[in-house]
Ligand binder design. Sequence first.
Ligand code: CAA
Length: 381
Amino acid sequence: MDLSLNEEQTLIQQMARDFAEKEVAPQARELDQNSTWPTDLVRKLGELGLMGVAVPTEDGGAGSDNLSYSLAMEEISRACASVGVIMSVNNSLVCDPIMRFGNDDQKKRFLEPLATGKMLGCFGLTEPTSGSDASHMDTLGVEDGDHWVLNGSKNWITNGPHADVMVVFAATDRDAGTRGVTAFIVEKDTPGFNPQPADHKLGIHGAHSCTIFFEECRVPKANVLGEPGQGFKIAMSTLDGGRIGIASQALGIARAAYEKAVEYSKERKAFGGKLADLQAIQFKLADMATEIDAARLLIHRAATLKDKKTVRFTQEAAIAKLFASEMATRVTHQALQVYGGYGYSQEYDMERHYRDARITEIYEGTSEIMRIVIATHALRA
Ligand code: CAA
């Protein structure tokens, strides 16, 4: 098995690392502590091709592959998990379904500006009363002439307060269950599309999310993504790719915490030597390094399978996300422990990494949902 990266993948990884270290990392603490939306960084992500990494060049993207996307996500999230998730949502949850299910007109109107960073996207599946049980949505779409009229609400919408377009899912035939859900592309200026103020959260403070109300929101039929009734499968297959993005985000967060713990252990004096001389610390670092490597291999396997475009990678994506997100929680916990009291202080980045890691076990499918998906595939085999 060849685990080496090709030239293009190495170039994208290096470009993302340079940008992350020079421009993203220096701002990360301020973005977190003041809950600042990173307007300039989002614009630059677009200029660098990082808002549509796997989108073909003819549709405005970087024309690269999903492994390159994962590599870039790891680098950006290592610097700032907030910037990482903004990028992930735009790439995985908005560009990807429009690329796979959009018609030529939709690709021209939406994919090109989204992939170049001229527009920002968000994804609306979760509702106040259904997150994991995604098919039980209250948001309703009713046909009316050349339009569908949407009523309902979506919440925890990452990028919601700033997004220009939303890929949103609504029940259009209640009797048909998961086959009665339709996907729509809704533009922010559509009357009845009403984003609410940003949520207050434990972490990823720079990545704003909000509730969005749909009140008699008339969406042209030209903005139906795929076919009416195909929405649930569009959502699920989109999340397969999204989970690779979030797993890569978790990997980046864990790597940031681990690398800082290694450096700190070499500097900090204790018991007449350095922390790094103590086997108790060495064992922690060894466990972190092992888990980070294992997560990366699982993520690269899932991304490589997605790149094949002919095989279903649902289970591999769920395995990668489950392991990487729980790994990030364990690694940031241990890295903070290495830092001791300083790890708990807002004067250092460690407490931010610790808080930011937690959400990766929740969004784009909780660890419990990942286990259900994995077990379903295991039992079907
Ligand atoms: N790809 C393609 N089709 C799929 C699929 C996939 N990955 N998963 C399911 N389907 C299809 C099934 O084949 C089935 O098709 P048929 O009708 O032809 O048989 C249909 O969809 C229904 O499937 P299920 O019966 O398995 O559906 P379910 O209602 O039991 O739900 C679930 C399964 C796994 C629990 C699903 O609801 C799920 O993944 N829930 C989690 C939702 C989630 O991840 N939410 C995250 C929100 S987005 C977010 O967090 C964004 C952000 O802001 C960062």
